[in-house]
Design a protein around this ligand. Structure first.
Ligand SMILES: NC(=O)C1=CN([C@@H]2O[C@H](COP(=O)(O)OP(=O)(O)OC[C@H]3O[C@@H](n4cnc5c(N)ncnc54)[C@H](OP(=O)(O)O)[C@@H]3O)[C@@H](O)[C@H]2O)C=CC1
Ligand SMILES: O=C1O[C@H](COP(=O)(O)O)[C@@H](O)[C@H](O)[C@H]1O
Length: 491
């Protein structure tokens, strides 16, 4: 059991994220007895409903999305701690009532005025909520208050800075938890262990031995019901600015001096600071964007992006991005990092591929066309694990060589029911551990990198759609890597 004593206040308690992720995560934490007695949840949204109606809704979500079998006794424990309050985020009266309710709960659950405000709301509400919390003396620097902020953190560097100014007027940096749910994924947390707890891997982890790095985050889903938000963001801001650059920092960072929050963040930041400067010419040649046309996913016809709910019919928003970048530091000089992410592709796949250099073409090469580079693949989802491809002698032959794999299957060893990112991240925020959350300067440098691309795109027309739903993505993404005589890794 952990030392948690706080009230979790979820703004947006009736929203999609709360239903699909937050309540199932709370239920899963309770199932594992990871939440102590001094804990309660207050959900705030606009829709009027009773506590009973609200909790019934959440029960259905838990049944649908929790990774544990539904257990009435666990649910009862959660149910008695949940309160629902309805008001508009701009209503002062609402915050006054909320404050009174929270004080009542403090005396029941002995939470001593400690709060975690989770902003599970559209970004346009981040500012008003934080301002109102400050105005009503529900936030200060005493250490009793923390805020968890969902993505996107701004829509460019300028808006992110403005947002950050507002938030830091109410909360100090150490109490701000900018969530990036990729950092809560089991295999992403494993990257540092893989690198810094394995001598042979870390010894080879540099431009001396590595030819290229590939990071893929491909999805089969489209924009679902989030067209309103997505159409103003696109794949670059939705995925690259946050999840992918964070993933890249973990792959490329130097070993931290210690495993504490700030030491790790300091090293991640150095990677972001080392990202190459992107000139317009470079972007034109090395950054590809795509938007999906209608097509078939698992045999089912799906609409084109421009026909999705709340998407503009002439939208030029990209649903796919591929790019090549360099991390300009001593370790990575000259190693290309190929990145791709897209919706409605032919597979759900997130992985990091480390491709090692070719052997000198002296031995074996004459007889063998099959000698391939060694490859280390960190499988993040849907399968979790790590595999290493190397060359071995074909049985029976004298000198024929074939590639074989050593495959670590995470679920085969640890079971398939790995904790959801939101479980880990919620628990960490409740315990006050912000290691897996993004520090402001990381956000700032990520935006600097992404802004260079989005500003250029704003003024350039593009012929969309350019890839079919259910395909591998735009052909330009294939060409991006092929012209370097390389290929996207595929098993
Ligand atoms: N959904 C997801 O899978 C993911 C979401 N996110 C992020 O999480 C955040 C929330 O997303 P999501 O849950 O999808 O959004 P939703 O639109 O589903 O939910 C928004 C919530 O905010 C409430 N709300 C909206 N306006 C007001 C208002 N003026 N006053 C009071 N309540 C209001 C709504 O209340 P009501 O319903 O009662 O009107 C609803 O509970 C966003 O920042 C999003 O980018 C991040 C990753 C994944
Ligand atoms: O944050 C987001 O992530 C999801 C992909 O998350 P995953 O855990 O399923 O890989 C993406 O679909 C969404 O557009 C984006 O906002």
């Amino acid at each position: 059991m952990s030392e948690i004593s706080s009230i979790l206040v979820i703004f947006g308690g009736n929203g999609d994220l709360t239903k699909r992720k937050l309540f199932p995560a709370l239920y899963n934490l309770l199932s594992q007895e990871l939440l102590l007695n001094n804990f309660a949840v207050v959900s705030v949204s606009r829709t009027k409903m009773t506590d009973e109606d609200y909790i019934t809704k959440m029960k259905e979500s838990i049944k649908e999305f929790s990774r544990f079998e539904y257990d009435e006794s666990v649910f009862k424990e959660l149910k008695k701690r949940v309160k629902y309050i309805s008001f508009d985020f701009s209503s002062d009266e609402g915050y006054k009532n909320l404050k009174l309710e929270l004080e009542k709960l403090d005396s029941i659950y002995k939470t001593d005025g400690r709060r975690i405000y989770y902003l599970a709301v559209a970004p346009e509400y981040f500012r008003i909520i934080v301002e109102k919390l400050k105005l009503h003396k529900m936030a200060d620097d005493s250490g009793k208050y923390r805020v968890v902020i969902e993505k996107p953190f701004g829509k460019d560097l300028h808006s992110a800075r403005c947002l950050n100014e507002t938030i830091t007027e109410a909360f100090s940096e150490k109490n701000i938890y900018r969530i990036d749910h990729y950092l809560g994924k089991e295999m992403i947390q494993n990257i540092m262990v893989l690198r810094f707890a394995n001598f042979f891997i870390e010894s080879l982890w540099s431009n001396k031995y590595i030819d290229n790095v590939q990071i893929s985050a491909l999805e089969t889903v489209g924009v679902e019901n989030r067209g309103g938000y997505y159409d103003s963001a696109g794949a670059l801001k939705d995925m690259v600015q946050n999840h992918i650059l964070q993933l890249l920092t973990l792959v490329a960072m130097e070993p931290p001096v210690r495993l504490d929050t700030e030491s790790i963040r300091d090293e991640k930041l150095k990677v972001l600071k080392s990202l190459m400067e992107l000139t317009p010419e470079y972007i034109k040649d090395n950054v590809v964007r795509g938007q999906y046309d209608e097509g078939y996913i698992n045999g089912v016809k799906v609409p084109k992006y421009r026909d999705e709910y709340r998407v503009k019919h002439n939208s030029n928003t990209e649903t796919y991005v591929a790019l090549k970048l360099f991390v300009n530091n001593y370790r990575w000089d000259g190693v290309p990092f190929y990145i791709r992410t897209g919706k409605r592709t032919n597979r759900k796949l997130t992985e990091v591929v480390i491709q090692f250099k070719n052997m000198p073409k002296i031995l074996y090469y004459n007889e063998n066309k099959n000698i391939v580079p060694n490859v280390l693949v960190i499988k993040i989802q849907p399968d979790e694990g790590i595999y290493f491809q190397f060359n071995a002698k074909e049985p029976g032959s004298v000198s024929q060589i074939i590639p074989v794999k050593m495959d670590f299957c995470h679920s085969c060893i640890f079971g398939g029911n790995t904790p959801e990112s939101y479980e880990r991240l919620l628990l960490d925020s409740l315990k006050g551990d912000s290691t897996l959350f993004t520090r402001w300067d990381e956000v700032e440098y990520s935006w600097k990198f992404v802004d260079a691309i989005s500003t250029l795109w704003l003024n350039e027309s593009i012929d969309f759609p350019n890839y079919k739903a259910g395909s591998i993505g735009p052909k330009e993404a294939e060409n991006l890597i092929k012209r370097d005589n390389r290929e996207w890794w595929s098993r």
